[in-house]
Design a protein around this ligand. Structure first.
Ligand code: GLV
Length: 326
């Protein structure tokens, strides 16, 4: 008998087909968002879970699914999964690192450029039929070239973002839980290590790329926004909850910072509607990794992890190796 798995949300049909070779698959091509109770019901008797980053895999869910052996998240971030509860229950948890580094770094730059140079705001003006003449001061923005880029969270994606800044003659300052080796700093456009506060004070453009955990909830709140330059932009491609969105809205309204570019939000997809009243914010619906090849690579990576986990092998991207001792 094949092991049984649940794929919680719609995914590339060929990935479902590949998983069906190995497993008895329950998939969700209609892409219905199941409640926790529905997920628990569907997971009864299932050995594996192919999870979407929007699924909340809580301790309560884990404890209610005694057959579960592996949770394979189709994302590099895994704050949606209670890894400690999974480890305690002997369940392997995996993510999809590396395959999305370059695509996500590209998008960080897309959002930074759009925000600093007011791309979406000016396009809305044009589309609304308001463009009557060229003006010397229409949509003046901030320069990227020659500016100081601040990266908070200098993991693999942060480093890929910093490397790209070389072409814009930028200086890079960064903050990370641990300082990079001199070799990695040199490779990241000679990035200079600083405290979070000094990055915020010095950077013209601040890019957030750190993973979410309770320890960094509202890492950027009113006090931190007050440290930034009034001409600065703030870009968040990391996770909702790292920024205090209400404090950011107040800072954008008061001109405490110039602009923000946000791909992630607190409580997404139900984000704070006050953002919609602001012209100095660029808003995208959590798409930083969304290129065709990269989303395919992420789905393949999650599938490979699930196939390995349920065939007695160590999955390539195991997050909780302690589970192997059980
Ligand atoms: C997307 O946000 C991811 O964590 O991969």
């Amino acid at each position: 008998m094949k092991p049984k798995i649940l794929i919680t949300r719609a995914v590339f049909p060929d990935v479902v087909d590949r998983l069906s070779v190995h497993f008895d698959v329950e998939s969700n091509p209609a892409d219905i968002i199941f409640s926790e109770a529905e997920l628990i019901e569907k997971l009864q008797g299932k050995d594996g879970l192919f999870a979407n980053p929007a699924d909340r895999i809580s301790a309560a869910l884990i404890q209610s699914c005694p057959n579960l052996k592996a949770v394979c998240n189709m994302a590099v971030g895994y704050n949606n999964v209670d890894v400690a509860a999974a480890t305690a229950a002997g369940i392997m948890v995996t993510n999809t690192p590396d395959v999305l580094n370059e695509t996500t770094a590209d998008f960080g730059w897309a959002l930074l450029m759009a925000t600093a140079r007011r791309v979406t705001e000016s396009e809305h003006f044009l589309r609304a039929g308001k463009w009557e003449k060229w003006t010397y001061n229409g949509f003046l923005g901030a320069d990227i070239h020659g500016a100081t880029l601040g990266v908070i969270g200098m993991g693999r994606i942060g480093q890929a973002i910093a490397r790209r800044s070389l072409g814009f003659d930028m200086k890079v300052v960064y903050h990370n839980r641990t300082r990079l080796s001199p070799e990695l700093e040199a490779h990241a456009n000679h990035a200079q290590y600083m405290s979070r506060e000094d990055v915020l004070r010095n950077a013209d453009h601040v890019m957030l790329v750190l993973p979410y955990s309770a320890a960094v909830h509202h890492f950027i709140a009113a006090a931190e926004l007050a440290m930034m330059k009034p001409t600065a932009t703030l870009i968040n491609i990391a996770r909702g909850g790292i920024v205090d969105d209400a404090a950011l809205i107040a800072a954008l309204k008061q001109g405490q910072i110039a602009a923000a570019g946000l791909d992630v939000f607190e409580n997404e997809p139900a984000f704070n509607a006050d953002f919609l009243q602001l012209t100095n914010v660029v808003l995208t619906p959590h798409i930083a990794s969304a290129s065709e090849p990269t989303r395919r690579a992420m789905a393949d990576c999650a599938a490979n992890n699930l196939i390995a986990a349920l065939s007695g092998k160590t999955p390539p991207n195991l997050l909780n190796s302690d589970v192997l001792k059980k």
